[in-house]
Write a protein that binds this ligand. Structure first.
Ligand code: FE2
Length: 220
């Protein structure tokens, strides 16, 4: 995995977009295209220099989402990754793993650390997420193709504060608070459905909540 130099440029994204479109149903690709647009919008607020990498990550984040559970399990196992009973039950998290594994093999030009890690952690998150990981995670939750109530609530929460008018500190706090709200809603929904909560999700939320508490103490 390369991270020292950019392996691709903006015009390479056109070929990637076509390749991904060929892998997915029209409905899924519509969502992927909307995530690409949203992540570019978020990158313009937080890290414009990462826009191309984040667009690539958005295009690749759901590239295995339409695989069956058995396909995910087989692919993980051929890469030496054991899939637990909990993973199978929370099967929606498997596609983040398999997509990240697939990138170096099928899309080596896009196998840069920023891209692979953003894809790997876009569903559960993890403790101490990088900025680019947070942005893809959030873009996937609030892209304009999402009509689900929690997604609409989170999109309104984020944009109602007009992040373009905040200073860097305020914008960082907004991103943290948006992620906490997303985890609160996700955990509530999974609990209501009787599904397990991924440890990475719990750890991601805890780290952000601790961070928010520490910032509050600083201002007292
Ligand atoms: Fe997605």
């Amino acid at each position: 995995m390369m991270d020292s130099e950019r392996l691709f440029c903006e015009k390479d994204l056109d070929g990637l977009r076509k390749a991904v479109e060929g892998e997915l149903s029209p409905k899924r690709f519509f969502h992927v295209a909307a995530v690409e647009e949203m992540v570019a919008r978020l990158a313009s607020l937080y890290c414009p220099e990462q826009t191309v990498s984040l667009r690539a990550a958005a295009l690749l984040h759901d590239v295995t989402k339409e695989w069956t559970v058995e396909e995910h399990v087989a692919f993980c196992e051929t890469h030496g990754i054991k899939v637990s009973a909990q993973d199978r039950m929370a099967f929606k998290t498997l596609h983040a793993r398999t997509a990240a594994l697939l990138i170096p093999e099928r899309f080596p030009q896009f196998s840069e650390r920023t891209v692979v890690n953003a894809v790997r952690w876009h569903t559960t998150g993890r403790a101490g997420m990088t900025l680019t990981e947070k942005l893809l995670y959030l873009a996937d939750y609030i892209d304009l193709s999402r009509k689900f109530k929690d997604c609409v609530i989170l999109r309104q929460f984020f944009f109602a504060t007009e992040p373009e008018h905040l200073d860097a500190k305020g914008r960082k706090a907004l991103l943290r608070d948006a992620l906490i709200l997303s985890y609160d809603m996700t955990i509530a929904a999974l609990t209501a459905d009787g599904l397990p909560i991924a440890e990475d999700t719990v750890k991601a939320r805890n780290r952000l909540v601790l961070d928010r508490a520490a910032k509050k103490r600083e201002t007292i």
